[in-house]
Design a protein around this ligand. Structure first.
Ligand SMILES: [Zn+2]
Length: 266
């Protein structure tokens, strides 16, 4: 298995000095073709941003809209085609994670049942704003997950996902959205396990799970505004701090450029 770390969407949020990336993973597997973790912004988001990004989101997050950053463009640059991506595991359905789905209409799209329910039937102002029907109007091949019967470092998880290698697990981490999940990948299946956990939008800065943790105020504000459950989010953040202390586990989040830079430099 080889894991590529991609930035599939740069944002320059209003009032922030730092830019955000959208850290997606492209996994070359031996038996399951290409597997994508999150899909970032898609080509339609770049060419017709108003169809998915509405005010005030577009105004405050200021997406940079580069076609070369889309996952499908990066897949093609590696010599593959969109059809080679057989599975997409989504941390959640916010437009910046699901926008690229339209570029891979033949992929199986893994999602928690709770998240799909929330996106189809948004029940709050935030849910009506964050999800864009345009990202999944094409009827993706959903594979819904609601049974999380395995334990992984103290988390519930789903393992042995049909069609996927057993080294890839789906880990519920609700709080940011109703059905938010992480994806754990054993990147060293032959030797002692070496896990990479993509924790999506469970937090925004690696400093939040550091020792000691520090919580930049601007991120704390954003996390509070966007959360669907404060208690679940904070509980998961505490558990992510615990698991990040294990040598065998590296935890990354979706939008921190420092996390992406760590892997780009390798
Ligand atoms: Zn996000």
């Amino acid at each position: 298995m080889r894991v590529h770390h991609l930035n599939c969407g740069t944002f320059a949020p209003l009032g922030m000095r730092k830019k955000f990336v959208t850290h997606c993973l492209l996994i070359e597997t031996e038996t399951s073709g290409l597997v994508l973790v999150d899909s970032g912004l898609g080509r339609a988001d770049v060419t017709e941003p108003k169809t998915t990004m509405r005010f005030p989101i577009s105004y405050t997050l200021r997406p940079q809209l580069a076609i070369d950053e889309t996952a499908v463009s990066q897949v093609e640059k590696l010599g593959y085609s969109a059809k080679d991506v057989r599975h997409i595991l989504l941390t959640h359905l916010d437009f910046d994670h699901a926008g690229g789905l339209r570029d891979f209409p033949e992929a199986n799209v893994h999602i928690s049942a709770a998240e799909l329910r929330a996106a189809r039937n948004p029940s709050s102002v935030i849910e009506r704003r964050r999800y864009s029907r345009a990202t999944f109007d094409h009827k993706p091949r959903w594979v819904e997950h609601s049974e999380f019967g395995t334990r992984w470092f103290g988390f519930d998880a789903v393992r042995d996902i049909p069609g996927l290698p057993e080294q890839i697990l789906y880990v519920p981490l609700e709080g940011h959205t109703r059905g938010h999940c992480g994806v754990a990948i054993n990147t060293a299946p032959q030797g002692p396990a070496r896990w990479l956990l993509h924790a999506g939008d469970s937090y925004y800065s690696h400093t939040e799970i550091g020792t000691p943790p520090s919580h930049p105020r601007v991120f704390a504000a954003m996390e509070s505004v966007l959360q669907t459950s404060k208690s679940a989010r904070l509980n998961n953040l505490a558990r992510l701090r615990e698991v990040a202390r294990y040598d065998a586990v590296d935890v990354i989040c979706a939008h921190d450029p420092a996390d992406l830079a760590r892997y780009s430099a390798r």
